[in-house]
Ligand binder design. Structure first.
Ligand code: SAH
Ligand code: AVI
Length: 322
C-alpha cells in the first residue's frame, strides 16, 4: 500500500499501517464500517469532552453522581497499596473521584489511545496529586500492552468507566475482560461503568444533541482520515445518523452519504451510493442480568453494584472468579 510522504513523516510506520489497513478493510466491507477507536485523535478527545457536558448526554452526569456517592465503598474493595489502572482514561475526571476516596492508591496508570491528550492530562494530575505516581501508557487496550515495571510490587484495581465496554461487540467485550483479568491478576477488582437499557427517547436524544456536537464528533473521523491517510472525503456530503436498535439493545451511529460519490483513500477509490452508510459506532446498553452474564462468561464474578436515582446507569464491581 502506498504511504503518502506527508503521512510517513508524522506517524510511525506501524501505527499508520494499522490505521490504513483497518480503514481500507472497513470501507471495502459490506456494509461499510469504521472502528470507533479511531474517533479519538486530539480533536475527537476534545469533542468527546464537549459531549459529556451536553444536557442530552446523561451517562457522564449519572456516573459522576454514582461515583461521588459511592467511591469510598468501591475503594474499600481495593487491595492495600494499589495501582489504579484506568482503561480509556480520557479526562481522568472520574479517576479523580476514585483517587480522592482511595488513600490506598499509590500509583495511577491511565491507558489511552489518544496519546497527546493522555500526556496533557497526566501532567495536570501530577500537579494536583504530587504524592501519587502518575504513569500514563499510550496504547490500544484491545491489543497486548505492557504495564509500567514500577507497579510490580503493588496490588491492582482496574477502572473502566464511561460504558466504553458498550462500544465493543460481545466477543470483543469478552476478550477484553479476559485480557483485563490476565493483566490485573487474580486478587484484582475491576470497576466497570455500564449504560442501562431505558426508554428510546432518552437514548436517542443522547446521541442526537441539539447543538450538533455528536454530529461533529462522528464527522471528525472523516477529517482524521483525510489528514492522516491523505483521503479526500467531502464532509458536506455526509450526515450524522444515530438511532436505537431495540432488538440488539444498542445505539448505532452512522455517516450517511448524501449523494452517489467516489472517494480516494490511500490511493484506493471507494464508491458510495446515495444514502449508503458507514457504520461508525455501536453503543450497547445493558441490564444487570445481561452484564452479569457477560462478566461471568469472561472469568469475573460480580460482587457489588450501584445505580443513580433514575436507574439510568450502573457501576459494577467485579472480582476474578476463583
Ligand atoms: N473514561 C472516560 C473517557 C471515556 S471515552 C470517561 O468515562 O469519561 C473513551 C476513552 O477511551 C477515550 O479517551 C478514548 O481515547 C479511549 N479509547 C477508545 N478506544 C480505545 C482503545 N482501543 N485503546 C485505548 N483507549 C481507547
Ligand atoms: C465512549 N463511549 C462510551 C461513548 C458512547 O456513549 O458510546 C462515545 C460516544 N459516542 C457518541 N457519543 C458518545
Amino acid at each position: 500500500m502506498r504511504i503518502p510522504s506527508v503521512v510517513a513523516r508524522h506517524l510511525s510506520e506501524d501505527r499508520y499501517s494499522a490505521f490504513a489497513r483497518d480503514v481500507i478493510e472497513g470501507l471495502t466491507a459490506r456494509p461499510k464500517r469504521l472502528s470507533p477507536k479511531y474517533f479519538y485523535d486530539e480533536a475527537g478527545s476534545r469533542l468527546f469532552e464537549e459531549i459529556t457536558a451536553l444536557p442530552e448526554y446523561y451517562p457522564t452526569r449519572c456516573e459522576l453522581a454514582i461515583l461521588s456517592a459511592h467511591a469510598s465503598a468501591m475503594a474499600r474493595l481495593f487491595p492495600a497499596q494499589t495501582a489504579l489502572i484506568e482503561f480509556g482514561s480520557g479526562s481522568s475526571r472520574k479517576a479523580r473521584l476514585m483517587l480522592d476516596a482511595a488513600p490506598s492508591v499509590a500509583a495511577y496508570v491511565p491507558v489511552d489511545i489518544s496519546s497527546k491528550w493522555l500526556a496533557e492530562e497526566a501532567e495536570r494530575l501530577r500537579r494536583d496529586y504530587p504524592r501519587l505516581a502518575v504513569l500514563p501508557v499510550a496504547a490500544d487496550f484491545t491489543q497486548d500492552f505492557r504495564l509500567p515495571r514500577s507497579i510490580a510490587s503493588l496490588g491492582r484495581a482496574g477502572f473502566f468507566p464511561g460504558s466504553t465496554i458498550g462500544n465493543f461487540e460481545a466477543h470483543q467485550a469478552r476478550a477484553f475482560l479476559q485480557h483485563a483479568a490476565r493483566i490485573l491478576g487474580e486478587d484484582a477488582v475491576l470497576i466497570v461503568g455500564i449504560d442501562l437499557v431505558k426508554d428510546e427517547g432518552t437514548l436517542t436524544a443522547a446521541y442526537n444533541d441539539a447543538a450538533g456536537v455528536t454530529a461533529r464528533f462522528n464527522l471528525n473521523l472523516l477529517t482524521r482520515i483525510n489528514r492522516e491517510l491523505g483521503a479526500d472525503f467531502d464532509l458536506k456530503s455526509f450526515s450524522h445518523q444515530a438511532f436505537y436498535n431495540r432488538e440488539r439493545a444498542r445505539i448505532e451511529m452512522h455517516l450517511v452519504s448524501r449523494v452517489r460519490q467516489r472517494v480516494s483513500v490511500c490511493g484506493r477509490t471507494i464508491e458510495l451510493g446515495e444514502c449508503e452508510t458507514i457504520h461508525t459506532e455501536n453503543s450497547y446498553k445493558f441490564t444487570a442480568d445481561s452484564f452479569g452474564a457477560l462478566a461471568r462468561c469472561s472469568g469475573w464474578a460480580p460482587v457489588a453494584a450501584w445505580t443513580d436515582a433514575d436507574g439510568y446507569f450502573s457501576v459494577q464491581a467485579l472480582r476474578v472468579a476463583k
